[in-house]
Write a protein that binds this ligand. Structure first.
Ligand SMILES: CC(C)(COP(=O)(O)OP(=O)(O)OC[C@H]1O[C@@H](n2cnc3c(N)ncnc32)[C@H](O)[C@@H]1OP(=O)(O)O)[C@@H](O)C(=O)NCCC(=O)NCCS
Length: 140
């Protein structure tokens, strides 16, 4: 993902989440040097991801597949790729957060053998105020 992709990724984000990242969140991530990828079919953004590399740890900040392309294996393919990239960066562990009420995210992470290692109270905005985040990890 490069700066010129941000507008198209942001448009995809708006269609994918009830509480989307802002344009600025994507721009700031790129500015901060986070690793980010976008997958397209022709001109159409299908999937994207943002990952932050720390010392021996990779934190997955965003992984998304646009609604009409979900459940066709793109999320798994992308996560597989991210796990490989994280290993290449020297990471020993990948961390991420997910809403307890997000079946697609939890299903994907379960399939990739992530385990819950913690819970952040009131981490996400939600229709009814705030929602906790489950913190999940897997070794690489
Ligand atoms: C989570 C997401 C990236 C998965 O991508 P995807 O392309 O749909 O995933 P895949 O087709 O590779 O499916 C992988 C597994 O995820 C799980 N899964 C995906 N969608 C699911 C759903 N709606 N309900 C339950 N499990 C689901 C299943 O275990 C699935 O394996 P299966 O189809 O063999 O049962 C995608 O659904 C998405 O972008 N969702 C909205 C954004 C989001 O929640 N991102 C994660 C934030 S933490």
């Amino acid at each position: 993902m490069r700066e010129f992709d941000v507008e198209a990724v942001y448009a995809a984000e708006l269609r994918t989440y009830a509480f989307p990242w802002s344009r600025g969140n994507f721009a700031d991530s790129l500015q901060a040097g986070h690793s980010a990828w976008v997958g397209c079919l022709g001109q159409m953004v299908v999937a994207y991801a943002v990952m932050m590399m720390g010392f021996e740890e990779a934190e997955l900040l965003n992984i998304s597949v646009v609604p009409e392309m979900q459940r066709q294996g793109f999320g798994s393919e992308l996560l597989d790729y991210l796990l490989d990239r994280a290993r290449q960066f020297g990471a020993k562990r990948m961390l991420l957060e997910v809403r307890p009420g997000n079946p697609s995210g939890r299903g994907l992470y379960q399939r990739f053998e992530f385990c819950q290692i913690g819970r952040r109270r009131g981490y996400y905005p939600a229709a009814s105020g705030r929602e906790d985040a489950l913190v999940m990890a897997r070794t690489l």
